[in-house]
Design a protein around this ligand. Structure first.
Ligand code: UDP
Ligand code: MG
Length: 318
């Protein structure tokens, strides 16, 4: 196989404290790989500024001026969230050209030295290489538990996504081209690349603490990501609701028959206000919950039907 041209894409949101040292460090890694003859000299970094409110874009501009061939950038008009920034990065490098691309976070929490292993796997024939974290030491208790619950739930619901894989991954040009065939707006990348069914391998890596700045995710954005992941890859929740409704109706029917028999045969009409109220609340709650689940799907359809652009680009530095 020919030496591949590698692109690195980095979503950046208010990363003024990180971005310069991250780019410098990644350029060193690229140099090391070029020295070893593993990637071509025109390999590059593509930064996506997800509508930062700080000086991130100015730093990206300065880096581009310093390394015009090696550092490229794209700026959104506003903040669209990390998934959209990743998608824009993948689409950007696909337009610009590369043989494979690795997405990595701006805070270098993912071990950048494993980039070499990703490239090795690609050269050995993998179209997709997933970074799988060795453990979750750096995460707090809540994030750890919710993440685990999310993977369990997703897999139970039939959307198979790899456990402990964040968005640190390599994808080949072939996989990038397949992205064009999926016009859906709320593309959930982890599920998407799994669904393609291309030859996939994994690289294990260690997670480091963030070296500067704070996590840009909060419970709300993580919940949004999880819900989008589920509603865009599985309709099992809808089926569960239908099943639940059927089950409840059957139970109600049996109870109804039993009551009639009791009345007719034993002349014993049951009373029990407490039971009634409990059941009423239970079924009321269940119905609203089920409506909520259906609502999530309707929301997904609503967003897709409007067919608004995934993101709007403000500026691009090539
Ligand atoms: N990010 C982004 N848009 C957002 C939130 C985050 O582009 O709205 C980027 C962020 O700059 C970083 C990556 O997504 O490069 C991961 O974010 P972070 O490190 O804050 O997440 P965590 O490591 O806590 O999961
Ligand atoms: Mg991080």
């Amino acid at each position: 196989m020919q030496t591949p041209k590698l692109a690195l894409t980095i979503p950046c949101y208010n990363e003024e404290l990180c971005i310069e040292s991250t780019v410098t460090r990644l350029l060193e890694v690229l140099d090391m790989l070029i020295e070893k003859g593993k990637i071509t000299r025109d390999s590059y970094i593509y930064l996506v500024d997800d509508g930062s409110a700080d000086s991130t874009w100015n730093i990206i501009k300065a880096l581009h001026e310093k390394y015009p061939q090696r550092v490229k950038g794209l700026k959104f008009v506003r903040n669209y969230g990390n998934q959209k920034a990743l998608i824009a990065g993948l689409e950007g490098v696909n337009r610009f050209g590369c043989d494979c691309v690795i997405s990595i976070d701006a805070d270098l929490q993912q071990d950048e030295l494993t980039i070499e292993n990703f490239v090795d796997e690609y050269v050995n024939g993998s179209e997709i290489v997933l970074g799988i974290r060795n453990d979750r030491k750096t995460d707090g208790f809540i994030k750890k538990t919710t993440a685990l619950m999310f993977y369990k739930l997703m897999n139970m619901l039939g959307a198979k996504i790899p456990v402990n894989h964040s968005d640190y991954r390599l994808v080949s040009k072939k996989a990038l081209e397949m992205m064009d065939m999926y016009p859906e707006k709320a593309l959930f990348l982890r599920g998407f690349f799994h669904e393609l069914g291309l030859k996939t391998s994994v690289v294990k890596f260690d997670v480091k603490p963030r070296f500067a700045g704070n996590s840009k995710f909060n419970l709300k954005t993580l919940m949004g990501l999880a819900l989008n992941g589920i509603t865009s890859f599985s309709i099992v929740p809808l089926r569960i609701i239908a099943g639940l409704g059927f089950l409840m109706a059957t139970v109600a029917f049996i109870i109804g028959v039993a009551t009639v028999i009791e009345k007719l045969v034993f002349n014993d009409s049951p009373n029990g206000t407490a039971t009634m109220i409990t059941l009423l609340c239970f079924f009321g709650g269940l119905q609203i919950f089920c409506l909520g689940v259906i609502g999530e799907y309707i929301g997904q359809v609503y967003r897709e039907v409007k067919a608004r652009p995934r993101y709007i680009v403000d500026k691009e530095l090539l």
